[in-house]
Design a protein around this ligand. Sequence first.
Ligand SMILES: Cc1cc2nc3c(=O)[nH]c(=O)nc-3n(C[C@H](O)[C@H](O)[C@H](O)COP(=O)(O)OP(=O)(O)OC[C@H]3O[C@@H](n4cnc5c(N)ncnc54)[C@H](O)[C@@H]3O)c2cc1C
Length: 506
Amino acid sequence: MQETTARPRVVVVGAGWAGLGATYHLAKQGYAVTLLEAGGQSGGLVAGWKTAQGRSVEAGIHGFWYPYRNIFGLMDELGLSPFTDWTRSSQYSPAGLEVESPIFQNEPLLPTPLGTFLSTKFKRLPLSDRLSALPLLYSLLDFDNSDDAWNRYDLVTARELFKQYGVSARLYKEAFEAMLLVGLFAPGEQCSAAATLGMLYYFILAHQPDFDVVWCRGTVGEMIFQPWVEQIQQLGGQVLTQKRVTDVLVSPNADGTPVTTGVMCGDERFEADAVIFAVGITGVKKIVASSPSLQHYPEFCQLANLGAVDVLATRLWFDRKVNVPLPSNACFGFDNTTGWTFFDLNALHDEWQAHEGSVIEVDFYHANQLISMTDADILTKVQGDLAVCVPGFADATVVDHSIIRLPQAVTHFAPGSRQFMLPSPTPIANLFMSGDWIITDHGSWSQEKAYVTGLEAANRAIAHLHHGTPAAIIPVEPDEPHIQIGRQLNQMLRTWGESVLPQLWL
Ligand SMILES: Cc1cc2nc3c(=O)[nH]c(=O)nc-3n(C[C@H](O)[C@H](O)[C@H](O)COP(=O)(O)OP(=O)(O)OC[C@H]3O[C@@H](n4cnc5c(N)ncnc54)[C@H](O)[C@@H]3O)c2cc1C
């Protein structure tokens, strides 16, 4: 079963962005790399498949934002062109259309955040509410993604942060909480202020074009993961599905340092010179629960303090075309603590462009109260909510549907969670972590972060095994000059203040 070769062997666990990123780079460097995936296909949270009727579905629609420089670079390297053009988006509440966003890179470029503020078309929110965000800009300067900043802000909830800076109740409810529900998958009182500031800065505020987004012109599974896996296999990498890792083999080396010699999938053993974990929080907690070797380490036992959030992904085929003004839409205010998005797949996916009826994806985040509803009740709710935003859906008939429940699926950046999250190195010298919840100073989020941490873990394996060249990782674009100056001044004042004043921030 196992390859006998002098090439160093690496086992990667989990075939999402992180695991495939690590596997691809190590395969390029001539490693005997084996990727073990518990599910039936690659892609992790972005996996896609066909229904019994041969229709493409996936675990929610995924956007690729302007700062995803490493993923865009990977597409060029793989020779893939899977994306739409930059798209505009809108936001709805039960009262109707609230916000329309332009393609920000096409607007006159202004120092951040002026362009974002001035080009976004708010339909209802009064200017006085929008201006109440101004004092919050200080916290965006103060939160510079350093460990120190994370330590100061992570124990605070996003809601407390916005309250402390005087953000109006309406701006919080209609703008910030809406962004949190679709960006961090949880309402403000359940989100870390540090994660909130990091996410808002990366996706919206660091540079005017950052909120511009493209989508795959089909499922990400078909358009990216399948061809990527084929290229990995051509390089000699093995991608094995239906292999659920249950334990890690750990023993001391000559100087007593614990090292791993491989992993177990039930009774099946995979030997390795290094192991990379690329599983989500729920997955890693399950591995620790079944792994006597990992249970020796407090770092792994403490992962039980972390949580994940439920998501519900639905796709509806209608009997007629309903005109949807913009292809991507975020919605808030329909259910307490749940946000949702809907996408016009006739506009985004090649497969549905000429289809006679509308094909609409509707995804719910923080969907705890929806996930146990019956399919019939979910469909009634989805169509009813859609019709509030686009009234034409009230008269259309659903002729086919897909409902995908994703319990405990996405990372919950809860207040105080950072102290339990892991960096890439672990107490086991040749076991490295990756994924969208891993501590890294890169500054990216979501799919881009998962891919980057996969490359970072591959680079650690390369350094450990002294074989091959590390992957070049593109850093996030530097702060604009006025932000750099602001951050330097703030840092000086903070250092001076800390030397003369008691620590004011609890
Ligand atoms: C509905 C939805 C919408 C989203 N929208 C966006 C978006 O628009 N843009 C964006 O950038 N991000 C978005 N995200 C987040 C994005 O999907 C994740 O950040 C990213 O996919 C995480 O990748 P990962 O490699 O870290 O982990 P995952 O994708 O979770 O992959 C982990 C893999 O490990 C496997 N695994 C678990 N346990 C084991 C085991 N014991 N043995 C072997 N394998 C195991 C799992 O089956 C899985 O395949 C969205 C997520 C969801 C669910």
